[in-house]
Design a protein around this ligand. Structure first.
Ligand SMILES: Cc1cc2nc3c(=O)[nH]c(=O)nc-3n(C[C@H](O)[C@H](O)[C@H](O)COP(=O)(O)O)c2cc1C
Ligand SMILES: [Mn+2]
Length: 474
């Protein structure tokens, strides 16, 4: 299908009276901006959602956003690869790249409550009987050994049956035919805890699955906040204004008005469905056992909705969304007890989950090791943590390795902790324990003094600075 306009229209949406929304809370402004910069690739050739979309995305995993306009069997286009780099987040959030970390921390500290609207683009079209999810939506079938297609960018909204508090998070949803889905949710996630509360009360849990979200909503959904904290408040913090929500048609929930698609339905905690093979962030298949059945009663979407997908497995976007959230919350948490911590970066090579670099400013003796222990204690996933000085860019693996070569003494700067509780996703865990490793690659107090062993070799500063200023003349 061809989109009706070269840009991405808002299909006649009228703003509510009294609305003070300043930003485009849809993904459409971002898509237009990407396209203007040649960062949106339109795939016009017919493409099969069964493995072909996955293949193109795997090959262009770090490349431009991809808009599949002609998906076999579907009128609705598929967009993917939207947030596969830190730079893309900066753009989508309207923040200079270098300020991103400070910006994320500020959003965590300054949540903004959502606001309600009544007229929502995401409800332009409503389907409420004989729902066939696989007919309505072009959901890709990703990998060979997975049994069916998965919705991978679905942000699930639910309310705690005990407290009425909202929770917003992503979990994969597999198509089970007709209006049925299966949700694979880690037991320790809030959504699983809430579903268990509903099960104990003997009823289903209403959910709304939101597809086609602004970066603020996707990132907000990933932040490690407490059970009872509403991730839409964090999304509002990232937007710098309230997320506009609209009431769902068939469930007692509210969803972002400017999203593309919403599936309204119920998690059925007693309806267990065996999942078998599913891909995880290490890039391997895992076998978690049964997931929870879902029934969808209503689907709403924009008249010209675009289906957003996230390539699962060891892929840039999947890894990065979690990495940003873990890095941000760890930076906040570590700084509370160790002010020398400047930043925690969860690395791409470490799958955005398992490895981190902690940047510290002049750590005192032993303080690097303390930061490592604290980080590992707080985030179960982490199993390799490297501490570097703040003259090193943690996003540059070459500089991190340079630190290890220049500043790390294996006999005293290494921590090896066998037999520590592992995350179930860790590829090398044995009986859910793993060996955790910490490396402190920082200069010691007194290092780097003139005449000492780690004094940098450089031209005289007055010459160097002058040449740097006038470099284009040379
Ligand atoms: C693309 C993507 C897919 C994800 N898929 C799942 C999943 O299938 N199951 C799951 O438990 N968590 C998944 N997550 C991670 C959770 O969304 C994340 O840990 C979230 O913070 C959990 O929030 P909660 O504790 O409020 O439920 C995924 C994250 C991303 C970015
Ligand atoms: Mn939560």
């Amino acid at each position: 299908m061809k989109l009706r306009t070269a840009g991405f229209g808002t299909s006649g949406y009228r703003r509510n009276e009294g609305s003070c929304r300043m930003k485009d809370q849809s993904t459409r402004g971002f898509l237009s901006a990407l396209e203007a910069d040649g960062e949106l690739h339109r795939v016009q050739r017919a493409i099969d959602p069964r493995f072909e979309i996955a293949s193109v995305l795997s090959l262009r995993e770090r490349g431009p956003a991809q808009l599949f306009e002609n998906v076999t069997g579907h009128a609705m286009p598929v967009v993917a690869n939207l947030f596969n780099s830190r730079g893309r987040f900066a753009r989508a959030l309207g923040v200079p790249r270098k300020d991103l970390d400070r910006f994320y921390l500020a959003a965590l500290r300054n949540p903004v409550k959502p606001t309600m609207v009544t007229d929502a683009p995401v409800q332009e079209v409503v389907h409420s009987d004989a729902i066939e999810v696989d007919t309505l939506l072009p959901v890709p079938h990703w990998f060979e050994r997975e049994a069916a297609p998965y919705v991978t960018a679905g942000v699930i909204v639910a309310k705690d049956p005990e407290t009425g508090r909202r929770n917003v998070s992503i979990a994969r949803l597999r198509l089970e035919g007709g209006n049925r889905l299966m949700a694979g949710i880690a037991k320790n996630h809030h959504l699983a805890i809430i579903a268990e509360k509903a099960r104990q009360r003997g009823h289903d849990l209403e959910i709304a699955v939101v597809i086609g979200n602004h970066a603020a909503v996707l990132l907000g959904s990933q932040m490690y906040v407490e059970l009872g904290d509403d991730e839409f408040d964090i999304a509002g913090g990232l937007l710098g204004e309230p997320v506009e929500l609209v009431k769902c048609r068939t469930v007692g929930l509210e969803v972002p008005a400017h999203a593309e698609i919403v599936l309204e339905g119920r998690l059925r905690p007693d309806d267990l469905i065996e999942e078998n093979a599913v891909s995880e962030f290490p890039g391997f298949y895992v076998y978690y056992g049964p997931g929870i059945g879902v029934e969808i009663d209503c689907v709403t979407h924009r008249a010209d909705a675009i289906y957003q997908a996230i390539l699962p497995g060891y892929a840039a976007e999947h890894c990065l969304l979690g990495a940003v959230a873990i890095g941000t919350t760890l930076t906040r948490d570590l700084q509370r007890s160790i002010p020398a911590v400047r930043r925690v970066l969860v690395t791409d090579g470490g799958m955005g989950r398992l490895h981190a670099v902690i940047v510290m400013h002049r750590p005192r003796l032993g303080e690097g090791k303390r930061a490592i222990l604290l980080a590992m204690g707080l985030v179960n996933l982490l199993k390799l943590v490297i501490v570097v000085d703040d003259d090193v860019d943690p996003e540059d693996p070459r500089q991190v390795e340079w630190s290890l070569a220049a500043r790390f003494r294996g006999h005293e700067d290494l921590i090896v902790l066998p037999g520590v509780k592992a995350d179930r996703c860790d590829p090398v865990h044995e009986d859910l324990v793993v060996t955790k490793i910490g490396m402190v690659a920082t200069t010691r107090p007194g290092d780097g003094e003139p005449g000492g062993r780690s004094e940098f070799a450089r031209p005289p500063p007055e010459v160097y600075d002058r040449i740097r200023r006038d470099l284009e003349l040379y």
